[in-house]
Design a protein. Sequence first.
Length: 298
Amino acid sequence: MTAGLACTRRRVGRTLSWVLLALCCLALVPLQQGIDRQQGGLVRFGEVIYAPSGEVLRHLSLGHEGLLADIYWTRAVQYFGRQRLARSTQFELLGPLLGITTTLDPHLIIAYRYGAVFLAEKPPGGAGQPELALDLLRRGIVANPDYWRLWQDVGFIYYWDLKDYPRAARAFQTGSERPGALPWMKAMAATVAAKGGELQTARLLWLEIDRTAENEQLRRTAQDHLAALDAREQILQLDALLARYREREGHAARSLQDLVTAGLLQAVPRDPSGAPYVIGEDGRIGAPDSKVDLRLLE
């Protein structure tokens, strides 16, 4: 009898909760319609119906956090689309909407990935808030630590939007170590490290790729980059020797043979492809017949 009464009370309590939630939603309808009339034709669904905290909504969802997250993700997409069509530079509600969405469902990957794109893209195409996009992706990584593509997105924001090549390289490298990451992530880390001037980091990454590559094309790519890194380091060393020769002799060297004669070199060096280095008309070191592509490091 007592158990039956308790069960009945639970059912009544659950029913009342649903009724209260429904009444709350219905109460928002006339308010939203009033906002729509004031805002005009641009806002068909109203700018947004959202609580200031995703945690509040989680407690009110009665176990339907996933469904509510889908609704808020839809609202975020609609809001972004309307602002973009209007060529607005104001996206102040985008961050809160995405925050609520991912609080309700921390595993809704699409909200992190596309939401970060919406936030990072420059106005009027997006919100122009790459740092906020990074914060969103970091929350996604905490909730989904084995999903390597979130690190890919972090890397590209650092690369394209912030031009922070060292951090971009580290993001790609970290992502490359996650389960299932594709081999190009490590290659991207090495490429970006070289672009950011971290040549030794790039060398270590390309050596690892050359050692572990599962196909000949990737191994060949690694070897081409290693050759370019070797050539870049040799050129830097030769430039330093030319400066030393100029300081010691009081005039610029006419050829690298002058450095050999002065005892600064044992022989005229050759690049990794076998082409001899020369001093060009611009006074810079080069190898005209080289097969090494230094543009790989740009």
